[in-house]
Design a binder for this molecule. Structure first.
Ligand code: MLT
Length: 411
């Protein structure tokens, strides 16, 4: 008789973005005459950069020749890509990360979801609330949490760190010390950021208490202010306490192309049951070679092209395009009397639902009355109740239209 992993039974409803997409799909089917503007999942809409397309074509041509054909690639990614990443994303910012500390993968979602496999199921995790749901759900699946607590509306055995307008979206350091701390900055879903000195307090906390920070920097390319760190390794001492996740999805429109990377410094360790220090770089490497067959050569060449002089200019143009949408949303909704957060150093706008609307009620109301789809804040956690997330990833035409439709509403 086969038996399931009972931890899956603890999960609540569907995965947030799948649930939202289902509701939007049902609305579209029932209202075929209405043009739905999707500002729910953060999916790219703008074409890949010409430099990226040229690299894909060239690599595809190479693969069609006897000399240029490649089979399995190196387990942790091609050196040509790991080297340009180390050079441009880290060394250029004065951060000492070497190419062999970079693991190429297909997704920051997969890596942030899978990294917990390296750690004991006894560890307590701390997450921001609201939070990107993958961090919580993967720990639930692994049995690292208690049951869902219906009275509280979240899981026992997780330290939730609320972030809302009341604390300026800057959660307090946890009183109970967690083994693992998930941080995402620029933040998904609130679009807010931490300055270097604010992030330093987390690094100091982790050092002092023996915690490990899992730092998701998938949105770093959207930072416009100089005092916001792009990498946690810009903070002194972070190499001893942090793993960082990056992605080409939002940086280069690779949501359908798939390439990302995870940085694990070679000196970073965690204890085994006998108290010995074990290299996390070694463990992740072991996991990758066992469970992952790598990102296609053609796609790694595409990612490499993001760092060419013309690639950098082209990517920046697309990021500016999305950030102009963010500005349109922020300014247009503020003019309609809606409080907005984020959207300055991140492509997400976190809006306070007007009046007494709860998150799901406002999601339904907006969809029914404007055919604009967002993501209900409470879907990211209790502290997200009373908020709704909109993304800046649509076209400018649709963004302007969404704002005009919302401005016509009376609350
Ligand atoms: C989001 O909308 O939060 C993201 O697109 C989800 C993801 O990157 O997996």
């Amino acid at each position: 008789m086969s038996k399931i992993n009972e931890n899956f039974n603890k999960l609540q409803s569907g995965y947030l973005f799948a649930t939202t997409a289902k509701k939007v799909g049902a609305f579209s089917a029932a209202n075929p005459d209405k043009k739905v503007i999707k500002m729910s999942i953060g999916d790219a809409t703008q074409p890949l950069a010409p430099a990226v397309i040229a690299a894909i074509k060239k690599a595809a041509d190479e693969m069609g020749t006897l000399e240029g054909f490649r089979g399995y690639g190196p387990d942790f990614g091609y050196d040509f890509l790991r080297e340009v990443i180390a050079e441009n994303d880290f060394k250029a910012r004065g951060v000492d990360i070497s190419a062999d500390e970079i693991f190429i993968s297909d997704s920051a979602k997969c890596d942030t979801g899978n990294i917990q496999e390296l750690f004991s199921t006894d560890l307590t995790i701390a997450v921001l609330d609201p939070v990107y749901p993958t961090y919580v759900d993967t720990n639930v699946m692994a049995g690292r949490t208690g049951d869902y607590n219906p009275a509280r509306g979240n899981f026992d055995g997780i330290i939730y760190m609320p972030a809302s307008a009341e604390n300026g979206f800057k959660p307090a350091l946890p009183k109970e010390v967690p083994g693992l701390i998930y941080l995402c900055y620029p933040n998904n879903p609130t679009g807010t950021t931490l300055s270097k000195s604010e992030l330093s307090t987390w690094v100091d906390y982790a050092k002092k208490n023996g915690s490990l920070i899992l730092f998701d920097a998938a949105y770093e390319a959207y930072i416009s202010h100089a005092d916001i760190p792009h990498s946690i390794y810009e903070i002194e001492g972070a190499k001893d306490v942090a793993i960082e996740f990056r992605s080409f999805s939002k940086t280069a429109g690779f949501t359908g192309t798939r390439c990302a990377f995870t940085v694990i410094p070679k000196g970073l360790t965690a204890k085994d049951a006998s108290g010995n220090d074990v290299s996390l770089h070694g463990l992740w490497g072991r996991r990758m070679s066992t469970k992952f067959n790598g990102v296609p050569y053609i796609i790694q060449r595409a990612a490499e092209a993001c760092y060419s002089p013309e690639g950098k200019v082209q990517l920046k143009q697309t990021i500016d395009y999305y950030m102009n949408n963010a500005k349109i949303l922020r300014e247009g909704l503020t003019a309609a009397g809606i409080s907005c957060y984020g959207g300055v150093d991140a492509p997400y706008i976190w809006i306070k639902t007007p009046g007494d609307f709860g998150s799901w009620d406002f999601f339904d109301y907006l969809l029914a009355n404007t055919a604009v789809a967002g993501t209900p804040g409470v879907g990211f956690g209790n502290a997200g109740e009373g908020y709704l997330r909109l993304t800046a990833f649509n076209t400018t035409e649709n963004t302007l239209e969404a704002v005009a439709r919302i401005q016509k509403l009376k609350f």
